[in-house]
Design a protein around this ligand. Sequence first.
Ligand code: HEC
Length: 399
Amino acid sequence: MSRLSDLPLRIKFFGLMSLLLLVLLVVTGIFTYQRQQSLIVQFAIDNARTFAKELVETREYMSSVVKDEPEHNYNLVPQVVATQVARLVTQNSKFYVRQVSLRYRNPQNSPDPYEKAQLEKFRHNPPREVYDIVDTGGSELFRYMQPMLATASCLNCHGPFETAPDFVKERFPPGHYSYNYHIGEVIGAVSVTIPLKDLYAQLGVNFALDMAARTAIFLIVVTVMALIMSREIVAPVRMLSETITRVTRTGDFSEKLPRRSNDEIGKLIGAFNEMMDELSRRTVQSHESEERYRKFIEVAASAIVTFLKDGRIVIANHKAETLLGRSRQDLLGDNIFDYLEGGPALKEKLAGGQIPAEATSIQRVIKLGRAIEVEMVLTASQTDRDPMFTAIFREHAEV
Ligand code: HEC
């Protein structure tokens, strides 16, 4: 969790965005694919139905009108006409249409295993149609079958041997299983086949195009978001954090950032600039007051030394130079306790946290081997960090 939150904003945001869009892309892709697939299957069913209807109608019509004509012209046999019509109507498509029967006369009309199985099922309670997607060793086929029922006219040639036309009798001897059908009996079926590959060829192209369009949209969205995000959020925030780091290092509060907008980021930059103004004003003020203080103690009649809790001298006036017998350069950074006879005791007192608001004591200052007795007024000022102490010395008398 902490790893994720440590990642840069851009990566966090775009990782999430991209993931979301990708999931969306895949989900809608699957959905579209399934929809197109079901449309294609529906398209195959509709086509197969139309072909079957055309054939059944053709055969019906031929059967009801032909008498002895096939005697002289075998091409007028209803089955033969229907087969030719089927060939013509499917010639520009991948659909393959045939008419099959379990009790066939023409071996070309013998059913394949799938057709045989369906025809056997059709014997009792034939359905209006059946369709399936069948896997035939590597290639998938869409298969459709519609049973054909014998009508009165069919029995002219498919009824008893005796009443069949001569050309039928000649070709198919008595006892041939293609005779003796009854009205309503399943005599055969229209069988339509198309390789799924050919159906999907169309689908595949559409789907690829569709996915390409979606991917393009996805890329555009992500890129535009990346640009906006980087320009509007990441870059200003980075500039802000870099500036803060630099200001902390240099202490230069005069830096300002360009404000380009009035949105949240713009307001943040505005607030930062105001803060910098305020800080630089305060710094100037504190420098001024420090300066005033220095000038003030310089003209004072007493020696004045300001030091930290550990005794380190930070400010000393001219009189202090004279009293302690050292130049200001030497005094600054030196330890005040070293100059006082009661230094160690005072040091302990201050270290122990006993900070007097104001205390007067007599101290002996050692200067050039001589001890000078002075009166020391010690005041403490609590600054925000460490306490500072100011000692004012008034000379008593030389001993
Ligand atoms: C004029 C005679 C005649 C009539 C009427 C006729 N058929 Fe046929 N039928 C044939 C002949 C002959 C064949 C064999 C055709 C071939 O050699 O391809 C055949 C073949 C078929 C076949 C293909 C299976 C096979 O035996 O090779 C089916 C199915 C079929 N007929 C169904 C029908 C139906 C259904 C009707 C009524 C709508 C009908 N026939 C009417 C003579 C006829």
